[in-house]
Design a protein around this ligand. Structure first.
Ligand code: ADE
Ligand code: ZN
Length: 352
């Protein structure tokens, strides 16, 4: 007798992959696929260290965050003209829409461009044009968040924020990224106070490689509304309990955490524990060109490695992502209604 049965979670994964979802932790510069890096290098007559895209992709084996960042900043060097930035952002938007993304809050690292003489006037209007096209043609809502590089000084970050002001209509918030160890959130207190004065949304990477104390510090010293990564909060019961009580979303990036060796493999990823602890966890892709997958690949890898995660967990993660977005409340409610209808159509009950 031959029985052709689907793997038990195949239907669930299909439901997740086609669900409307939010991408809240995505670095635009981390979407630079090797093929595009080579095309742009050729456009600008820049020599890359690798013979071809395949060799570059093969170099994406990282021991830690810093090893990745060294390559990531080197990759930025091919981004020079407005067309480059438009093409990068538009390619990402099309890829995201194919994954069911209806809302993307996209990080950009202005200092990685301005330090090379590529000004806001070059990249910001181009990125805004891609976002507008995504709204018009893909029904994808895109906003940008300008991030400060924490390995640089706070004065540098403040100068970046002031330089960005002529393009204020094109971004909604300020974030904090780059090398976490040795660069605590408290180093950027004045930057985030200024962002608050300007009415900007605030987020920060914390508890990726750095300790749980950095998560609490980001909340206390910077007033952030979401924590990017935050998985190291699991090391401190008091921090974890606070995150759950205050319903602070953690934008978790499973493939990134494995590629950067925060966890040895996906089975060791502790996202299920975050859910069990009542944390508002969400799933995202961080730097998909470097870490082997976009948002649906992250969901798939996570659920395949953790068969104990079920339909209620999947729904919760999808809903958390939409709910944690900075889009207007009425819009978020429409997306959640779409998610609910999709979930029921796929044969799943909505969790109580
Ligand atoms: N910049 C791009 N990706 C990052 C990450 N995962 N952590 C810190 N800074 C980053
Ligand atoms: Zn990140």
């Amino acid at each position: 007798m031959s029985t052709i049965t689907e793997a038990p979670d195949a239907a669930l994964l299909a439901a997740v992959r086609t669900a409307p979802k939010a991408e809240l932790h995505l670095h635009l510069e981390g979407t630079l696929e090797p093929e595009m890096a080579f095309a742009l290098a050729q456009r600008h007559g820049v020599a890359l260290r690798w013979p071809d895209a395949q060799a570059l992709r093969a170099a994406y084996a990282f021991d830690d965050l810093q090893a990745f960042l060294d390559l990531y900043y080197a990759g930025c060097d091919v981004l020079r003209s407005a067309d480059d930035f438009f093409e990068l952002a538009w390619a990402y938007c099309r890829r995201a829409a194919a994954d069911g993304v209806v809302r993307a809050e996209v990080f950009i690292d202005p200092q990685s461009h301005t330090a090379r003489g590529v000004d806001f006037a070059v990249f910001m209007p181009a990125l805004a044009r891609a976002a507008q096209r995504a709204r018009d043609e893909l029904d994808l809502s895109v906003d940008y968040i300008v991030c400060a590089l924490r390995h640089l000084s706070e004065d540098d970050a403040l100068a970046m924020l002031e330089a960005s002001r002529p393009w204020a209509e094109h971004y909604i918030g300020v974030g904090l990224d780059s090398s976490e160890r040795g660069h605590p959130p408290g180093k950027f207190t004045r930057l985030f106070a200024r962002a608050g004065e300007l009415g900007l949304r605030r987020v920060a990477h914390a508890g990726e490689e750095g300790p749980a104390a950095y998560v609490a510090e980001a909340l206390d010293a910077l007033g952030v509304e979401r924590i990017d990564h935050g998985v190291r909060a699991l090391d401190d019961a008091a921090v974890l309990e606070r995150l759950a009580r205050e319903r602070v979303p953690l934008t978790v990036c499973p493939l990134s955490n494995v590629r950067l060796r925060v966890y040895p493999d996906m089975a060791a990823h502790r996202l299920p524990e975050l859910l069990r602890a009542g944390i508002v966890a969400t799933v995202h892709s961080d730097d998909p060109a470097y870490f082997g997958g976009y948002v649906n690949d992250n969901y798939t890898a996570l659920f395949e490695a953790h068969p104990q995660l079920g339909a209620d967990d999947a729904y919760r993660l999808l809903r958390n992502g939409l709910q944690a977005s900075f889009a207007p409340t009425a819009q978020v409610e429409r997306w959640i209604a779409r998610l609910d209808a999709h979930w029921r159509r796929c044969g799943y009950a909505l969790p109580a």
